[in-house]
Design a protein around this ligand. Sequence first.
Ligand code: F6P
Length: 627
Amino acid sequence: MSGSEWTCRLSSMHEWESPYYEPSLPVSEKSNPLTRDIDRASSGCIVRMLQACDSQMFLEEAGATYQRLMSDGVVETLMEVAKKVELILKDPRDSLVVLSGCGTSGRLAFLVTSAFNRALKELNQSPVYSYIIAGGDKALFSSQEAPEDDPKLGMLSLKEACEGKKRVLFIGISCGLSAPFVAGQLDLCLQNPQVYTPVLVGFNPTHQARDEPIPGCSFTFRSVVQRMEGLAKSQKAFLINPAVGPEAISGSSRMKGGSATKILLEVVLSAAHAAAFTHTPITQQGILQHMRAYEKTLEIPCAHNEGMSALLEAAGKSLQRGRRVCYLGWGSLGVLGLVDASECVPTFGADYEDVRGFISGGYNELKNNEGPLGPDFRISHEDFLHLVLPSLDDHDMVLLIYTQTDDVSDVEKLARRVREKTSNLHAVYHRVDGDTAATVQQDDINKLCLSSLRITWPSPASGLLQMQWELCTKLFLNALSTGAHVLKGKIYQNHMMDLQVTNSKLYCRATRLLQKLSGCPESKCEEALLKAVYKVDNLTVEITSSDISTHTHTARTRTKVVPLALVCLLTGCSLAEAELRLEQQPIFSAQYRLFHIGQCDVSQPQSLRGPTHTCTGLVCRVCILRA
Ligand code: F6P
C-alpha cells in the first residue's frame, strides 16, 4: 500500500461510527475499514494496520457517536466500581470479587485475578478475587464454545464460587454484550441484590446488546442490560461499555476486546488497591493517568515495526510450510503466550500443533483453580523439551518471551537447547533503561537468536510496569499470530472464512458472512450452512425443525463448513463436488481465500495473474498477486 493510500485509510479511522456503516451490526461484529485489504498486505503493512486498529481504543471522544475508554461517564463508573472493590479490600470477611467471562474474556479474568491475588499475598492479605471461565479451566487453553450459550451453567458456577459469601462484587465480561453464560450470571445478581452487585464490561453501546431469545430463559442479554441501566442510577449495578472500534479481523474480540478488558480491569483494581493500602484516594485524574500509561504502551510496538514485521514474516513462513511456531515464556508473559497460541485454533481453524505456548514452571506457575489439566494440556518447558523439541528443524520458529526480572540464566539454557535443533530462534524481551543486570547473559541469548526485539522501558520500574509489559506482549503476540495466519491465507478481506460454527453467536456470524460473500438471501445461506453441517444435499424436516443448539452441537465435529457452503452457494454444485473442488485446488483449500469463484479475475493484468492462474473457474486472487 502506498503512503497516500495509507493516509487515506487512516482518515477512515471513524468510518465505522457512521449510522450507515453496516447498520445492522453491533460495533464488535462490524468489519474494520482499516483492514479491508489485510489479506493482500505485506507483513510490514499488516503490522501497521493492526497497530492502527489498536490505536482506535484511545480515540478522542469529541464528536464521536459512542463513548470511549476515557470518556467522563466511563471514568466515573470506573471510580465507583473501584470504590466498591476498596470496601471489600478493607473488610474482606465473607466477601468476594468475581470476574467471569467466556473465551478470551474468561482468560483475562484469570490473568487479572491471578495478578491481584498475588499482590494481596505480597501484602500478607488473603485473596479476595476469583475467576470463572465458561467451560472450566480447560477453556483457558482451548475453545469451549458450547458452554458460552448456557445461562444456567453461568448461574450455577457463580453460585458455587460464592458459596457462603454475604457480599459479592460480580464483574461479568462480554465484549459483544452477547454471551448467554454471562447474561445468566447477571440475572442471578439482579435477583439477589442483597448479596450481589453486578458490573458489566463490554464494548458495544447498550442498545446493541444481543436481543435474541435465549432458549429456556425469559430474558435476553439486552433485557438484562436494560434492567442494569435502571439500577445504575442508584449505583446498584454498573455498566462499563466504551466502544473501541471493530476488530482487525471481524468479530475477533480476543484482540482489542481482550486488550481493553485488561486495561479497564487493571485500572479499577489498581485504583482500589492504592486506596485501600496506600491511602491514595480514587480520583478521576488517577484513573486517567493510568489509562494514559496504557495509551503510551501502544506506541512501543510501533517503535519496533521493522523487527515485528520480520518476526511476522518468519512465523508466516513456518505456517505456510505446515511447520510450527512455539512460544517459550516466563511468568505472566508465558501465560499470554499460552493464551495467544491456544486462540489460533478457534480463530483461524489452526491445528493444535501449529502454534503452541509453553510456560516456565507449568501449572506450578499458573496456580489455576483446577490444577494440572491432564495429558491434552501439556504446558511446561519440560513438556516442550520432551514432546516438541526433538522434531524441530530450521523451518520451525521458536520465540522466547521474557523480561529482565525472569531467570535469565534459565532463558539462556533453554535457548542453547533450542539452538541445537533450529536456528530459527527469536526473542522478545523487556528491560528497564539503565539496568545492567545479566547483561552478559542477555548478550549471549541475542547471539543465539536470529532476531531479538529488545524493548527498553524508562526507569524506574513501577508496579504498573509489569502490566504494561503484559499489554505490550499481548498486542505483539496477537499481531504475530494474526499476521502469520493472514500470510498463510486464512483470511478473506478481513473475515475469517473457516470459522467454527460451535455456538449461536458463531452460527449467526457464519450465516451473515455467507450472505455477504455470496449475495444470496439469508434463508438460502442458512440452508447451505445446514447442508454443510449435516453433510447432506437435501435437508430433512428433522434438521430444519431442530434448534440452533442441535446444529452447533453437530458442527463440533465438522470442518470447512463455511467454505463448503460458500462453494455450493456460488456454483450450485453438490456438497461432494464442493469438497472435491476444495481438495483439488490446493491454493483454495490451503489458503481458504475464495475470490470470484466461477469468474476469472479479469481486472488483474495478465502479468499479475502469474503461472498459477489457469482460468478453470476457480481463481485465488492472493495467489495471483503473490505468484
Ligand atoms: O464464541 C467464541 C468467542 O467469540 C471467543 O472468541 C471470545 O473470546 C468469546 O466468544 C467471548 O466473547 P464475548 O466476550 O463477546 O462474550
